[in-house]
Design a protein. Sequence first.
Length: 66
Amino acid sequence: MSVSVGPGWSGALVRLLPGWYADAGAISLYYASRTLLPAKTRVFIDFLTEAFRRERLAQRFAGSVG
């Protein structure tokens, strides 16, 4: 399988399997080193951490809520 980006790509993400959701399982972020961490990567990690805290996603993915 290959993925390509053509000149007409808008940059929007498209859900490939709209009826499928992963409601259980571990989610992890791995990165090489804090000392060489690019600012963009740090911002992304901070964004995900805050989103999980705000939306209580850790509990949802742990299966402890509904």
